[in-house]
Every structure is written in structure tokens, then in C-alpha cells.
Design a protein around this ligand. Structure first.
Ligand code: SF4
Ligand code: SF4
Length: 223
């Protein structure tokens, strides 16, 4: 699950020999490579809170389990922390994912992944070929894999996000570093913090994203 993975496009009609051997290799050597999306953080927050961790909002998950970085040299993002000499994901415990039911989308889809589509398609489907040892055994249908692991809410989230990120990136670049510094808290608030864990995610994400786009575009115009 490394962003530097070698990836190649696949179509829904293809099938790939794949058998997970539960070796945990894809959860190791992942320093600075596991970006959490707002939906991932929300789902982790709900699971960790249910387990009794002191999680009141998404900011508690971010503080405890992530560190900040920049996407496209301008957009603040959060990456999962790693531990140990093998730079294992902070959630890898005894060789198993400790948050399996709420694991991030990138983990859920691996060894496949998605990227923004073209020619009117919402997504480009890809195969990560960085760890050849698991391409063995029975064939897995690409269509079935995405049907079983890329749920409707994740598709809706990602499509909304793919539409919003270029708008935000352009606005942030146009407003320049000083003006962005002034709106940084607002950016973080609407992108990552302004969620109620007891309310459904998507309506909150859509509302926050619309507000953030409006603020960023106004700031880029000098407002
Ligand atoms: S997906 Fe591959 S690397 Fe990850 S645990 Fe399974 S076999 Fe190991
Ligand atoms: S969240 Fe779970 S599946 Fe994803 S890298 Fe961490 S331990 Fe592995």
C-alpha cells in the first residue's frame, strides 16, 4: 500500500491470480505513504470510540495516529504513523490489522486501487504490482473485487473528492502562501474537523466541501 507502488490499469473484464497469504508485508515499510481521506478518519474515529478510546472527533484520531504533510505541494493531508524498525503501520498488531473493519479505503482495495477516470468514466481501475509474491493461485475477477470492496458510499465520497481537489488546489496556488496561512484553520476545519461522529458521513462531507470550495475560491480572488 505504498503510493510509490508500481501500478498498471486494469479493466473490469480482466481477472488476476491473487491469494493473500496474510504475511502483513503490505502493512510494513509504509512510512509516509498511507494517506487518510476524511471518510477513512471518520470510520476509524467511530471504531476507536466504540472500543473505548477517548475519541470525540476526527481531530483526536489525527492527533493520535497521524502526521501532516502536503499534497501537490499545497494541500494539507494526514499520513498514518508508523512504528518500529520495519516502519509498520501503527495499526498492525501481531501481524494483523487491528482496525480491519474500518481500515482505510487504500488498504481495503489493495492490491487494486483507483484513480480519477477519463472519457466520462468516474474511475480508472488499477493493479499494484509492487509485491509479486501474492499473484498466485485462483484468479480473482476485477469486477467482483471492486463490487465486494469498493462500496457505494466510498464511490460517492471519492467522486465528490476528485471533483473538489482540483478546485481547491487551484485556489490555494492562486491565493499564495500568505493568504493560505490565514485560512489554514478554516481549511483544516472544513476538510477534516467539522464532523459529528453520530451523524452520517456523506451529508457532512458534501456540506463541508461546498463551504470549503466557496471560501477557497473567494480567498483566491482576494476576498
Ligand atoms: S495482500 Fe499481499 S502483501 Fe498484503 S498481507 Fe496479503 S499476501 Fe501479504
Ligand atoms: S490500516 Fe490495517 S490494513 Fe492498512 S496498513 Fe494499517 S494495519 Fe495494514
Amino acid at each position: 500500500m505504498n503510493e510509490a507502488s508500481t501500478i498498471q490499469p486494469v479493466t473490469q473484464t480482466e481477472s488476476v491470480p491473487f491469494r493473500c497469504q496474510l504475511c502483513g508485508a503490505c502493512c510494513r515499510e509504509v512510512e509516509n505513504s498511507l494517506m487518510l481521506e476524511p471518510m477513512d478518519i471518520y470510520q476509524l474515529g467511530r471504531l476507536l470510540r466504540k472500543r473505548g478510546e477517548p475519541i470525540e472527533g476526527l481531530e483526536d484520531v489525527l492527533t493520535e495516529y497521524t502526521h501532516a504533510d502536503l499534497l501537490m505541494d499545497c494541500l494539507p493531508i494526514f499520513l498514518l504513523n508508523t512504528v518500529g524498525q520495519d516502519h509498520a503501520c501503527v495499526f498492525l498488531k501481531d501481524g494483523r490489522c487491528d482496525v480491519y473493519e474500518a481500515r482505510p479505503r487504500i488498504c481495503r482495495l489493495y492490491p487494486f486501487s483507483v484513480a480519477p477516470g477519463d472519457c466520462g468514466k468516474d474511475f480508472l481501475y488499477c493493479l499494484c504490482t509492487d509485491r509479486p509474491h501474492h499473484f498466485t493461485g485462483a484468479h480473482v475477477s476485477v469486477k467482483d473485487w471492486f463490487h465486494q470492496n469498493f462500496f457505494k458510499d466510498a464511490r460517492q465520497f471519492l467522486k465528490t473528492d476528485y471533483d473538489a481537489l482540483p478546485v481547491l488546489g487551484k485556489a490555494v496556488r492562486e491565493m499564495g502562501a500568505k493568504r493560505f496561512e490565514r485560512m489554514l484553520f478554516q481549511f483544516l476545519f472544513y476538510r477534516y474537523y467539522n464532523y459529528d461522529l453520530d451523524q452520517p458521513f456523506m451529508p457532512q462531507f458534501i456540506r463541508n466541501t461546498e463551504e470549503l470550495k466557496k471560501l477557497a475560491v473567494e480567498a483566491a480572488k482576494g476576498g
